[in-house]
Design a binder for this molecule. Sequence first.
Ligand code: BGC
Length: 616
Amino acid sequence: MEHGVVGKITGGLQPDALVRRKLTFTVGWSPVAVAQVEGEIEFESMIAMFGGNFGPALLDAGKCLGCGDVGDRGRVVEPILGYLERCRETEDGPPALDGGDPAGSEGQAIANALNVVEDRDSSIAGAQEVRVQRVHAGLGFNCPSRGHECLPGHLPAEHTLAIRMGAAAPEDIEFDLLEVEEVQKFVNCGLGHSNNLPHRHAPAHRCCRSRVTRETRVRSMAKNFPEGFRWGTATAAHQVEGGNWNNDWWAWEHAGGSPCEEPSGDAVDQWHLYEQDIALCAALGFDNYRFSIEWSRIEPEPGLFSRAALDHYRRVCAACHAHGMEPVVTFHHFTTPRWVAAEGGWHTASTVDRFLRFSEVAVGALGDLIGRACTINEPNIVAMIGYQMAFFPPGVSDLDQYRRATDNFIAAHERVVPILRGGPGDFPVGLTLSMADHQAVPADDPDALSTLDALRRDMEDQYLDVCTGDDFLGVQTYSRTRVGPKGVIGGEPGYDILEMGYEFYPEALEACIRRAWEYTGGAIPLLVTENGIGTHDDDQRRRYVTTALEGVLACLADGIDVRGYTYWSLLDNFEWCFGYRPRFGIIDVDRSTQRRIVKPSGEWLGSVARANALIE
Ligand code: BGC
């Protein structure tokens, strides 16, 4: 992977103050470089992804400030430098934010405040302003279930901070939590008129606008899911079991120069603790549990099958049944035995035959207990990130190998379906595909649209083309992908960037379900086999899932055959290159004791599952 300095500032600035702002770059979904200061500031970022265009964005306190092509100074670097200049003016200016801030967190407080008052002159002009006298930690004018523009910092009482309010309906604003001057005047004249907001500051408010539209629609729409709608959670062997030393990922975690933040190690020891995890999942209210079987345990050497490992997975399936849950078994979830990788891996045709033989043995041993089978998890991601972005094993950037790996994955899926259908047992079989809400930027730009088409063909269409004869298609979605004329661009300024480096964009699920349905002509039932958010903020998780489920309801209302929703993930677990940092789980794990602690979002989602309705 190539790194390059893309911007530099010297003189006149206060490097220490700026570095405290913790500016980071993200490329695609990976934070890759940090602004460095040694008397001067350098912006370093990674290029050479997707032909040098994989969406770098500059983040400040989790908000996207600017994005675009790294090589394009005008679009990326100059706005960033301008932004930093404005920050400097603020930090040099009157001590607006000191006093009330805990020691050491002034930078964060400023960042928080700037996220709201940023570009004051141009973006607040024409909008209503409220003088806020005091904002407590975690409170703001957020609507609890929607949470826009919450101010996580603490501002001193004497500081007046202008906040714009646009789209939210007056009754949605909790004035109790906020001391606002001239509330009445504001409510009377300002609320619900977000269209008056200047377009330039659209992000947060465009989000509000579509949200209001959506809420109006959802309010008037049933919040019940159809009878028989399935509710599940998911994990994958390598991410939870621990001790999977015999696969390519373990080798990758320990390889010199690997991008992995930390090794998987014992993970959350589900190899031993599966029974209690399954019991917890069932107790919360879910009716299915999706997990994967680890090829490198079942076939540790070519042709040598472990009866003990197969028996283990029989016990896992049996535990699901004992707790009234359907076992949803994935036959390949990212990991491949070391010996297969040594023989060439997925860009080598023999891997397909190896995988088919493994699957035949595994289904022979487990089939009578399987409730639903997923063939290969996100082959598009394994191929793209392993063979183009060099972020997953085998860690290469080679177009020819990428194409061969893709073809082999497609062939492996097509050929394994009849093997799994052959049983024993009789269960639905399908592919689980990573999909994103691809959006052209600008929306009607012909070059952006054709770049988007090419990307989507690569990432989605060629897989959708071969799955219409399956029993279901697993849609897996986490965010959107913005595509400019030259390739993928980063997040839109103003949107929250998650720990994974991509935008908080739960609306993506609805878009992907609709696209899968349209593209396949409604030929195949859909199941959301993964959707979720990596966050330390459990309220944010609930907001994310609420919006995602509203999207599912909207699809159902339009007659789309969506049969279930699976939250990723049951547990906080090993998030591949990111290690244990992102928290996708509805159950927290103290890895020093392996104790499981159910999060409020888990209780809530379980109650949604039990009610089969989107309840507050
Ligand atoms: C993968 C999971 C991963 C999740 C969150 C999906 O692409 O199937 O293994 O943990 O996304 O990043």
